[in-house]
Design a protein around this ligand. Structure first.
Ligand code: PRP
Ligand code: URA
Length: 213
């Protein structure tokens, strides 16, 4: 990547990097690809939630009364961008089981590379929740940016974007159009090819997750 400063948080934990390398390999089949994505999503959720606020609570163990800590901040909503975002949902919800889930359906037109919206269903209290939008691929950034715009139109005020692999072009677009949204990624790749695929990337994430190659 060039010297340019992109506003993105890189989660480069060794377990994540190892698993991502396995995912990138073209010989990795659907079952392993899906499992690895879920495992990485759990690890990324763990890192993203690292600074969540806590409050003191009084509890009683079977042995004695004591003080404990519990989450004190906004409730969480997870929003996968269909279809490939579904591959990251299970991992995040494993870590944050009480999270509500919204869905935004977008596909990228293969000719224009522009996002086309086809579905949106969100929790009714979206304005009060801290939303984590998940999509494995941030390529041109068109799909993620459109999803963030849609969520804000529906009232969302606090959003984090979590992607597996990003191209600099996509980070730049989301930074420009949504400077308030922190982006977390496991890798920033080199560039986009003429078909809008991330290079080296991992191919079409949705097709690899669902076996529709
Ligand atoms: C993929 C991916 C992102 C989008 C990224 O979805 O999951 O949503 O492309 O590209 P962009 O940053 O250039 O918009 P796709 O449109 O292939 O749909 P799918 O999830 O149904 O496979
Ligand atoms: N969508 C994908 O699934 N992969 C890419 O490389 C780009 C967009």
């Amino acid at each position: 990547m060039a010297e340019e400063k992109l506003n993105v948080h890189l989660i480069d934990h060794p377990l994540i990097q190892h698993k991502l390398t396995l995912m990138r390999q073209k010989t990795t089949g659907t079952k392993d690809f899906r499992e690895l994505l879920e495992e990485i999503s759990m690890l990324m959720a763990y890192e993203i939630t690292r600074n969540f606020p806590l409050k003191d609570v009084e509890i009683e163990t079977p042995v004695a009364k004591c003080k404990g800590k519990m989450l004190a901040g906004k409730k969480v909503g997870v929003v996968p961008i269909l279809r490939a975002g579904l591959g990251m949902l299970g991992g995040v919800v494993n870590m944050i089981p009480a999270a509500r889930v919204g869905h935004v359906g977008l596909y990228r037109d293969p000719e224009t590379l522009k996002p086309v919206e086809y579905y949106c269903k969100l929790p009714s209290d979206v304005a009060e929740r801290m939303l984590i939008v998940v999509d494995p691929m941030l390529a041109t950034g068109g799909s993620s940016s459109a999803a963030l715009t849609l969520l804000k139109e529906k009232g969302a005020k606090s959003i984090t974007l979590m992607c597996l692999v990003a191209a600099p072009e996509g980070i730049r677009l989301v930074n420009e159009e949504h400077p308030d949204v922190p982006i977390y990624v496991a890798a920033v790749d080199d560039h986009l090819n003429e078909k809008g695929y991330i290079v080296p990337g991992l191919g079409d994430a949705g097709d690899r997750i669902f076996g529709t190659l």
